[in-house]
Ligand binder design. Structure first.
Ligand SMILES: Cc1cc2nc3c(=O)[nH]c(=O)nc-3n(C[C@H](O)[C@H](O)[C@H](O)COP(=O)(O)OP(=O)(O)OC[C@H]3O[C@@H](n4cnc5c(N)ncnc54)[C@H](O)[C@@H]3O)c2cc1C
Length: 552
């Protein structure tokens, strides 16, 4: 249901009325990107409005209410850095915050900066069409309402388009069924129930660990095992809280300089230059540290050199075998088609030990695939299973999925969906040739998708804000990248990624999703040159009067 605000922002082209520009800028999405962009443009005096499909702010943290949902980023590196007041008043309870606290944080931002008055909730954008004659975007919502703006800014999220598995019969199931990314707002009890979880990615791992605590029986259906390592979460005590608050400038400076804006940065040594005993001790130390230490704080070559990666993969394999009592189950949980860190690493809090519980069973879908969902459960090639509840932890159509779900048309009616059919083409991951005045926050080819994301959101939004200020100050109304700039950037994205072992693996980072038709070809979705280089490139482009763009 659309809730029009007092300003009734969707009425620019009411039936019979003459079309007219209603907004300088429309933002789609009110997650962290949309909220920060709204704030910055409003400060500049722009007429700006955000439209959000959900009924509240927070994006990821509004939708993903599944049991066990929490950060992989250290909470105190994730929060926004732009407001000293907010940093001083907000206190994270845990080093890796759980979803309810993060959603409270998002709401706090909306309250503190009085953002809700410029957001229309319950408004899903269906199409956005650029009109050359007026140099405006016409935005149409699912409920048929529409509005117009000079600039269209997408803040629609890298992981916001949930996907269901391609299994027949899903609508036949008579029990409770949930997708983790569309989790209901009412409490869900697992106590005593027969629960199925389909999917063992980062979300599945968090869900399974939590559901196993109370379910009568839990059956996990795994297609691809992932390399999971301990999160080592803990509460933040009073002294640590004070220390964190006192050192925010250093924390953010460290994030700024690291590859992915995390506090973990690669060790300058090569794995094979280090004696085996010392190397093992280093892995052991990192395995005992919180967060992504083992993944991002490791030897500089473990994600690019196969032999180096093999040593780390062997180490994590041993850890899984130590933790899972039944060797056959351990075998099933150990990935064989990719090395450690070449896909997104799920962080866990007792995940492997779940499989030692008598109420938990693991089913490997490579041995016995699911054939159909039935009224009472599901059938694999080995036979039927009855359940009270099925949880789909089957993730998202990542990075370009939310774009594909909107009919975005640029100059001459060209569809973004068609243009990106064989992979994204962008300039700086922020603009697309043929789509004037469209700005894509946290879009494909942007450093943000490989990032401790709010650190990169701040960079993306500040850059876009400076651009719009520059255009206003110089009487400019239209911006579009040249075809050459787009081609060179897209090539640069692919060249930078090519040295990573990750590009040889099917994953959402390489654009492969077996649940989405047409997503079987590998491409590269993120800028893999690191956030510092990306920032430098964006700054250079701006300093040279927005080189690579045509402004008029
Ligand atoms: C479970 C989970 C855990 C994560 N943990 C981390 C972490 O620890 N660290 C990290 O850096 N990142 C993490 N992420 C990534 C997370 O998405 C980002 O950190 C961040 O929240 C992205 O903010 P955003 O505003 O760009 O996008 P989102 O938060 O996804 O917000 C996008 C908004 O756009 C709206 N929208 C989309 N399409 C439309 C449309 N057509 N019309 C209207 N509205 C639309 C959506 O409803 C949504 O509210 C996690 C993601 C998930 C799913």
């Amino acid at each position: 249901m659309a809730h029009a605000t007092a300003a009734d922002p969707d009425v620019s082209v009411r039936a019979g009325g003459a079309p007219g520009q209603r907004w300088d800028a429309v933002i789609i999405g009110a997650g962290l990107s949309g909220m920060y962009q709204l704030l910055r443009l409003r400060e500049l005096g722009f007429k700006v409005h955000a439209y959000e499909a959900g009924d509240g702010v927070g994006g990821t943290w509004y939708w993903n209410r599944y049991p066990g949902a929490r950060f992989d980023s250290e909470s105190w590196t994730y929060g926004f850095s732009f407001s000293k007041d907010l940093l001083a008043e907000w206190e994270w309870a845990e080093h890796f915050s759980a979803q309810p606290e993060t959603l409270r944080y998002c709401n706090r931002i909306a309250d503190k900066f009085d953002l809700r008055r410029d957001i229309t909730f319950g408004s899903r954008v269906r199409s956005a069409v650029y009109e050359e004659a007026t140099n405006q975007w016409e935005v149409v919502f699912e409920n048929g309402r529409r509005t117009r703006a000079r600039f269209l800014i997408t803040a629609i999220g890298p992981l916001s388009a949930p996907t269901m598995p391609d299994i027949p019969g899903k609508e036949d199931f008579k029990g409770e069924a949930y997708h983790t990314g569309l989790w209901p707002h009412h409490p869900v009890s697992f106590a005593g129930k027969r629960v199925a979880v389909i999917g063992t990615g980062a979300t599945g791992v968090q869900t399974i660990t939590e559901v196993a605590k109370t379910a009568g029986h839990l059956t996990v259906f795994q297609r691809t095992p992932n390399w999971c390592v301990p999160l080592h979460n803990s509460r933040i005590n009073r002294q640590t809280q004070a220390k964190i608050k006192a050192s925010y400038p250093e924390i953010f400076a460290k994030c700024r300089e690291s590859f992915g804006c995390f506090i973990h940065d690669a060790d300058p040594r090569n794995a094979l230059d280090v004696p085996a005993g010392e190397r093992e001790a280093f892995y052991e130390k990192l395995y005992g540290e919180p967060g992504f230490a083992l993944w991002m704080g490791n030897f500089r070559d473990v994600l690019i050199d196969k032999a180096a990666n093999d040593t780390l993969t062997a180490f994590v394999t041993r850890k899984i075998r130590e933790r899972v009592k039944d060797p056959k189950t351990a075998d099933r949980l150990i990935p064989t088609n990719h090395g450690f860190g070449t896909r997104r690493v799920p962080l866990e809090s007792g995940y492997y030990e779940v499989y030692n519980q008598p109420n938990v069973r693991l089913i490997d879908l490579r041995e016995t695939p699911i054939e159909r969902i039935t009224a009472t459960g599901l059938e694999t090639s080995a036979g039927p299973h009855d359940f009270d509840m099925i949880i789909y932890a089957t993730g998202f159509d990542a990075i370009t999925g939310a774009f594909d779900r909107i009919d975005i048309r640029g100059g001459g009616g060209i569809k973004l969906r068609d243009k990106w059919a064989d992979g994204a083409h962008t300039y700086l991951g922020l603009q697309v040739a043929g789509f004037p005045n469209l700005l894509t926050l946290v879009g494909p080819h942007n450093a943000a998708t490989f990032c401790n994301i709010p650190r990169c959101i701040e960079q993306n939004v500040d850059w876009v804000t400076d651009l719009l200020r520059y255009m206003r100050d110089n009487g400019l109304k239209r911006i579009e990248p040249t075809a050459d700039a787009e081609r060179l950037w897209t090539q640069h994205v692919h060249d930078t990624a090519s040295r990573l072992l990750a590009t040889q693996i099917d994953s959402w980072m390489t654009g492969v999703n077996k649940n989405v038709p047409g997503r079987l070809k590998r491409t590269f979705m993120a800028y893999a040159g690191g956030a510092p280089k990306y920032r430098q490139k964006c700054d250079e482009v701006a300093a040279r009067g927005y080189e690579g763009f045509v402004l008029s």
